[in-house]
Ligand binder design. Sequence first.
Ligand code: NAD
Ligand code: UPG
Length: 435
Amino acid sequence: MKITIIGTGYVGLTTGTCFAEVGHEVCCVDNNAEKVKMLLDGQIPIYEPGLEELVVKNVNAKRLQFTTSTEEGVKHGEVVFIAVPTPPQADGSVDLSFIEKVAREIAESMTPEMGYRCIVDKSTVPVKTGEKVGETIRRYAPAGVEFGIASNPEFLREGCAVDDLLNPDRIVFGTNDDRAGELMQKVYAPFVAPVLVTDIESAELIKHAANSFLALKISYINAVAKICEKSGGDIEKVAEGIGMDERIGRSFLNAGLGYGGSCFPKDVKAFIAISESLGYPFQLLKEVENINASQMTHFLDKIREKLWVLQDKKIAVWGLAFKQNTDDVRESVAIRLIKQMVEEGAQVTAYDPEAIGTAKTMGELDGVIEFADNMYDCLDDAEALVIATEWPQFANVDIAELKKRMRSHLIFDGRNLLDPETVKAQGVEYYSIGR
Ligand SMILES: NC(=O)c1ccc[n+]([C@@H]2O[C@H](COP(=O)([O-])OP(=O)(O)OC[C@H]3O[C@@H](n4cnc5c(N)ncnc54)[C@H](O)[C@@H]3O)[C@@H](O)[C@H]2O)c1
Ligand SMILES: O=c1ccn([C@@H]2O[C@H](COP(=O)(O)OP(=O)(O)O[C@H]3O[C@H](CO)[C@@H](O)[C@H](O)[C@H]3O)[C@@H](O)[C@H]2O)c(=O)[nH]1
């Protein structure tokens, strides 16, 4: 079927490409002309494993096209997805101006002749946004147009987005309109996954509630890690023991520097703001945020305790991305940690397998720290190594090579990637989280 996606970023591009991969004819719209030009030239603006091959394959098969014209997009797709940003405002509430603008543009592109359109919100939005999108389209569209509204939250994780989209745990959509419901069933018919159909409000809430729950799991295990440190327990064993209970599960119980990225920090904040606006102060989530913020400061205290003063200390940092397998540095704890160490006078050299380019583009670190070409060059003459992102290759470090390169053999592992006993047995001083 013919599908349009408005907003060709992480979500729009990967979703559009995967819809094309399962046989739909997809038109991706973006108002960033440079991005569209890149895509038309066969270049992928983001790093996402497996995505480039699928884009090229589906463009060649004429199932995937790109344009800057919303009008063209609305004309193309019977189902029109909105996948534009929903950034946080200073008070934590969601900036819905991108959504409102797209809703207006869709409305102005619709004509009675083009037939029914199902407008689907895929961006992460506060409950009741679907209702507002419907009102906006009704207000700005010409008389006689037919449309329905649906909410279809996206659960993909960066770094494994293609697999998450092609093999999802579940598909959730909400609508109060039968035709929209039928079209959404058709969109997802090629996917093998349980489908949950709800009302619009529940679908919107599922997204914020799911992300907040995952963030809560991370903060919970990080709080338990602090108790481990005070009592002599080992957080890895504790997480394993907790996670063996099927009701809890082992995933998202990795203690570390806390959660970052473009989703959890903003979505937890948004859910707190949404709840507050509805008259419920979500104290539990405020504590989730407090614990998350304390992870980095607590880790920095450990570094200060061992290095005494950071002024003029040469520190190697492995990791810039907010997590493994991505070049995304938005809300990256690694970057915040580096900035704080630099502020205290440390000389930082950083390495990341994919995120050096994006970190440089961000501008905050360029000229402030050095970037190394590989993980071992990063260690030359360093007095300490800080592991800030959970890239799997860091876990396979050759300790003998590390010892040759570093001036003193000290590792602060913010992601518990290494085995303390193995590292210490090779004569390296080693500190991690909760063990
Ligand atoms: N990144 C993720 O992992 C992820 C996962 C699930 C949900 N989400 C949610 O999906 C939404 C989009 O996130 P993202 O990470 O893809 O953002 P992004 O910034 O990577 O992409 C958004 C795109 O929308 C385009 N855009 C903005 N206004 C437009 C307009 N009027 N017309 C056409 N294009 C327009 C931008 O140019 C940009 O390319 C957000 O609500 C986010 O919370 C993100
Ligand atoms: O046990 C864990 C798991 C993750 N993290 C951190 O949590 C953050 C987020 O990780 P992850 O969830 O893997 O990445 P995202 O790509 O941000 O994906 C989340 O946010 C997306 C956007 O809403 C959702 O679609 C996904 O379902 C949700 O997992 C990263 O900083 C990780 O380092 C931990 O500290 N411990």
